[in-house]
Design a protein around this ligand. Structure first.
Ligand code: SF4
Length: 323
């Protein structure tokens, strides 16, 4: 087995930055004219959701709410409705709350520092670092799933990173950052974006394209003969889960202009009666919800969960999106 080549970190930084300059996707939130708010909205949407699904929803959001104050002026339910089918709709609720906080505490401007960003609803350590870096050019260390996978292969010689983010990985990510003293962190911010992009396009989870990789000559995993993963990753089941039922209930609420009877969401009432004037989309959503193989107990648990999370509210006339 060939031995791991000594790592010339400086060369790796520049190879990847050059590759990113040519191969990095032209995404609207990466363009110079994109506002910090546009970057922030993209970061919320991209957590758990692929770029291709985010793009049209992001465009719609930015046309409708080009500034945080525009979103802050609307009921949170509108954010949840416009979230569409991106999944994990609590992100929409948190983004609406964050917009309100930005309007009230930051004069309507997205704050730039990691600490201020971290204090906003829905912003964790990854999102705070990403917004700081990609919107303001502050060279925070950004670590997402794609970056963790590239680091695991390129540096640690393993097919996969540990199942959950470890302190050792965080230290490694910080150690790998380009120095910031010569260019005010420009290369460091490009590095964050470039490693992330490499993980999304080339060093993918299922089929890494090592022949097309700009840093394959330095890759510890390739040098080690591409060993198998040291554990079997758990898949995320969908069929029959509460997530599936909650998603189907949210689709009905998003598409309905009127309050929806709790019994309709729970599958206990005849949906035909509730859909006389409904749109085709709503009829389909109701049908999907009704056809799920979920029993009354699971449906009740899911509806209770949506209400506890603030994603659905009892208006007195039926269930609606939050105000
Ligand atoms: S050579 Fe292959 S495994 Fe190594 S970083 Fe590139 S794509 Fe990933």
């Amino acid at each position: 087995m060939p031995s791991t080549p000594p790592l010339d970190l400086d060369a790796v930084h520049h190879s990847l930055a050059d590759w990113f300059g040519v191969r990095g996707r032209d995404l609207p939130w990466r363009r110079p004219e994109c506002t910090p708010w546009g970057v922030m909205v993209s970061e919320f949407m991209l957590q758990q959701t692929p770029v291709v699904r985010v793009l049209p929803v992001w465009e719609e959001w930015m046309n409708r709410w080009p500034r945080p104050t525009d979103l802050a002026a609307e009921p949170a339910g509108e954010a949840v409705r416009a979230w569409g089918r991106l999944g994990y709709p609590r992100r929409a609720l948190r983004l609406a709350e964050a917009a309100r906080q930005i309007a009230e505490d930051h004069d309507g401007q997205v704050p730039s520092t990691y600490a201020e960003l971290l204090a906003l609803p829905g912003v964790g350590s990854y999102t705070a670092a990403a917004i700081s870096c990609f919107a303001f050019g502050i060279p925070e260390t950004v670590v997402d799933t794609n970056i963790r996978r590239v680091h695991a292969r390129l540096i640690s010689g393993r097919a996969l990173p540990e199942p959950s983010h470890t302190a050792a990985e965080a230290r490694l990510a910080a150690d790998l950052m380009p120095r910031v003293d010569q260019d005010n962190g420009q290369l460091a911010c490009i590095w964050n974006a470039a490693v992330m992009e490499l993980g999304a396009l080339v060093c993918t989870a299922r089929s890494p394209q090592c022949a097309d990789c700009p840093v394959s000559a330095s890759c510890a995993w390739v040098a080690a003969g591409r060993p198998a993963p040291h554990y079997v990753p758990k898949g995320q089941p969908w069929e029959g889960t509460d997530r599936q039922v909650r998603g189907a209930m949210m689709a009905v609420l998003r598409l309905s202009d009127e309050p929806v009877a709790a019994g309709t969401l729970l599958g206990a009432e005849d949906t035909d009666a509730a859909t006389n004037e409904a749109t085709v989309g709503l009829v389909t959503a109701l049908q999907r919800l009704r056809d799920l193989p979920a029993g009354p107990e699971q449906r009740q648990r899911c509806l209770d969960g949506l209400m506890a999370d603030g994603l659905a509210v009892d208006s007195g006339r039926g269930i609606v999106l939050p105000h």
